[in-house]
Each structure stands twice: as C-alpha cells, then as structure tokens.
Ligand binder design. Structure first.
Ligand SMILES: Nc1ncnc2c1ncn2[C@@H]1O[C@H](COP(=O)(O)OP(=O)(O)OP(=O)(O)O)[C@@H](O)[C@H]1O
Ligand SMILES: [Mg+2]
Length: 257
C-alpha cells in the first residue's frame, strides 16, 4: 500500500525541522540525533497516529530535551496539540524503573529500553487522564502510540508556555500548588513524583501541571517518599521566591487529612 501523502509530508517536515533546528550542532552529531529521533518504529508510529486521525499536522519543535522532543501540531480539526516524542536510544531508561515497578497498574516490568519507553508513554497518558478526571488542571491527553503522546497545547504555539520557573509567582500560585498536590493525592490517588517549578505552566491566567510520566499510584511502596519530596521541593521554591509558606511537615499533615 502506498504511504499516505499526508504522513509522508509530515515526516519530511520533521526531518527538515530537525536539520534546521537551532538545537543541533552542525557536526557529525546531526546524523546521530536524526537516527535517535526518527528510528523506523517512531516514523511508523507517527503514520499510525495520522491514519487513526489522532493527528492532523506537525509544525515544529517547541522543546528539545535530552529525553523527549516536544512538537506543536494540529488535530484533525485544526486545534493546536503538543506532540511529545520520547527518544528511544538517548534515554537512560533504568532510572525510570523505580517509577514503574511497584505501580500495580502495569504488571510485569519491561525488559529493554524500547519497551520501557513505550510503557512510560502509556503511563504518562494514563496519569494525565486520571488527573484530568479528578479535576487537576493538566494538558488534556488526546492519544498515544508507542513513544508518542498527543495532548492539548498549553499557551500560544509556537511559543512554549512559561513555567513557574520563568514567571513571577505569588501566594495564589503557592496555594494552587498545594491544592493540586492534595487533590492529586486524595482524589486521583497519585503522586506526581517530579513536581517542580519546571513542570507547572503559568499561562493565560491559568496554572497547568504537566510532565506526568513519573507519577505513581498511592499504593506504590515509595509513594509517600515521593509525596514528601514533591512538597519539600515546592516549599523550597516558594520560599526562595520570598513567598511565606508553611513548612513541609505541616503541608504533609494537611494533605493527608
Ligand atoms: N502540553 C504542552 N503544551 C505546550 N508546551 C508543552 C507541552 N508539554 C510540554 N511542552 C513543552 O516541552 C517542554 C518539556 O516538556 P516536559 O517537561 O513534559 O518534558 P521533559 O521530558 O521533562 O523534557 P525536559 O527534559 O526538557 O524538561 C516544556 O517545558 C514545554 O516547553
Ligand atoms: Mg519536564
């Protein structure tokens, strides 16, 4: 069967962005990065998302992190979406295992890096769904396949939305943060486990929690340790920014009530 025209175009565009991307150095690294992002399975996965009508367009790179590339695109109706593609070969998948093992939703541990990344993608999708249903503001999850996650775009593409780290923050942001942690714990039964000022958008008068791949269910043996760490991180962040807030122990008591 001939490759559908639209996914062929989309792949060509991806390759071009990757070449032109200011994130790449103009040396032999380039080929390596291209192969990492666009291994055959990833290209097929993009095709599959298009065939399933879960993705309409891909426009360009929003963020090129070490472990994932985030693109902005459109769904079939022209609404902006964020497309997060986890890199297979670049990722240190071993450090993800602690956030998968012990989470009863996912059964047996995957054995290789590829399967770990696929599972991580599914986990992030699931976590976004559960958080969304519990009323925690997160990017709405739209679809996933293999190492690709499609979700609501936060902010105005192609601008990446600002996070707490790049914004002025106030008492309301602080109150929102601990309400979000509590609601996630109490209503969704989840701990984010990588809660930080880099993983909350502050955009258009809204705060949006994201990057949920690490989140674990409350029955995970380390869930309370992760909860304490998340709370401590955010207390430290707000105090550093001059916002008076309760100490971590008081917040933990309040969150657990
Ligand atoms: N839903 C979204 N809407 C708009 N931009 C997004 C969205 N999700 C991610 N981004 C952009 O991509 C960046 C990285 O996303 P995320 O934190 O989920 O990935 P990461 O794996 O932690 O990457 P990094 O290592 O660069 O932090 C965000 O800071 C933001 O600029
Ligand atoms: Mg992040």
């Amino acid at each position: 069967m001939a490759e559908p025209e639209e996914s062929r175009k989309m792949k060509e565009r991806l390759l071009r962005y990757e070449r032109e991307s200011r994130y790449l150095r103009k040396d032999s690294d380039q080929r390596k990065v291209l192969e990492e992002v666009f291994d055959q399975a990833t290209l097929l996965a993009i095709e599959e998302l298009v065939a399933r009508k879960d993705l309409g367009e891909l426009h360009g790179v929003v963020n090129a992190g070490k472990e994932a590339r985030v693109y902005y695109g459109e769904d079939r109706g022209g609404k902006p979406v964020a497309v997060k593609i986890y890199l297979i070969s670049a990722s240190d998948f071993r450090k993800r295992i602690a956030y998968i093992a012990g989470d009863r939703r996912f059964g047996r541990l995957p054995s290789g890096s590829r399967d770990t990344i696929y599972l991580w993608t599914r986990k992030e999708f699931k976590n976004l769904q559960v958080a969304d249903r519990a009323g925690v503001r997160v990017p709405r999850p739209l679809a996933f396949h293999k190492n690709i996650l499609v979700m609501e775009y936060i902010g105005n593409p192609p601008e990446p939305a600002r996070t707490f780290a790049e914004s002025e923050v106030d008492e309301d942001d602080c109150a929102w943060t601990f309400r979000a942690i509590r609601r996630l714990w109490k209503e969704a039964g989840l701990v984010h486990a990588d809660f930080s000022e880099f993983n909350v958008f502050k955009s258009g008068g809204e705060r949006v929690l994201f990057d949920m791949g690490s989140a674990v269910v409350a029955s995970h043996p380390q869930s309370e340790d992760f909860l304490r760490r998340d709370v401590a991180n955010m207390v430290r962040f707000f105090r550093k920014r001059g916002i008076a807030t309760k100490d971590a122990d008081s917040w933990i008591r309040e969150i657990s009530k």
